[in-house]
Design a protein around this ligand. Sequence first.
Ligand code: ZN
Length: 368
Amino acid sequence: MKSRKFALGFCASLAWLLCACLAGRAQQSSLYPVVQGKNYKFQKIAGGIYYATAEFNGTAFPFGSNPFFGANLVVVVNDNDVLIVDTGTSPAAARAFVADIKLLTDKPVRTVVNTHWHYDHTDGNSIFGPEVQIIAHEYVRQAIEKFDILHNEPFRSSTRNAPQAMIDRFTKQIAVEKDPGRKAALEKKLADTEAATKEFVRDIKEIKPTPPNVTYTDKLVLHRGGREIDLLFLGRGHTGGDTVVFLPKEHIVCTGDLMESRIAFMGSAYFDEWLKTLDALKRLDFTVDLPGHGAPFTNKGLITAFQSYLSDVLAQVAKLRAQGISADEAASQVDLTAHAKDFPDIEGVGAEVRGIRRVYAWMDERRK
Ligand SMILES: [Zn+2]
């Protein structure tokens, strides 16, 4: 099998993450009207505002977080044009997204917002010409220009290991499944994952990291026809430059990975600032949060629950670190299962290793 060559250094932490995701809660049926595209399912959140999750050949990857298409995206249809939030994992994924947007409107995409620099939110940027404004916090431009993002995390492990880890996971599940119906469903998922992996391996070769062509530092207000769209930097957190897209009239926020409805990747985080930035997020007057991964949510209590999770991570890791335990070992020992009631993707002891390594590095930085 061609995709086997991607079994590069299978990483236990990634397996943990994928197991947590793949075995997680069942896909919930949407509360919102749905427009089904070829690759994206659009949930209509309000007039002209759609939340897009990707599917491959009808297979919805768990938590809307498949590695092939990347993050969940948002479409804002204005009087004369379209604004999108984030662009996915590859130019091909972004082209598929733009093609599916034509089911919603024939107005052109004129504005792109990148919520942060990670590959699953920006690697589709290159399909847009100079007539399209790609807007992000100034940190995103610096990161894409300086971080050599195709050779570093989170791109490196996620794109090398994630597809094979998914294939291995389904293969093991099929081997032990006795129920014919469930076995057949798993076999379809495996076949779709293998097919998606082939496309993914091809598609990521086309990536040209493309920084935003418009940047801001604290706040940028866009007026598009009758719509106001506020781009807000509320402080560092998940990365050094996360944008919250706030639609004040519609009371909707798009929070990228600063706040997801599942546990966010922590490998680029500024932890104490993240807690404060989430306080600032809660003070915004919104009723629906459209996150970069997971599902739309309306309960601000989930943000408090995530703050509690982050605080617990820091407290536990500080203790383990003080005992001279390595970051990788700490990642296998931290017990965050008390938070599974709010984040069902937590299914056992341990945490994603890149996040815990980042906690260690961040604690080192603070001691200097
Ligand atoms: Zn993401």
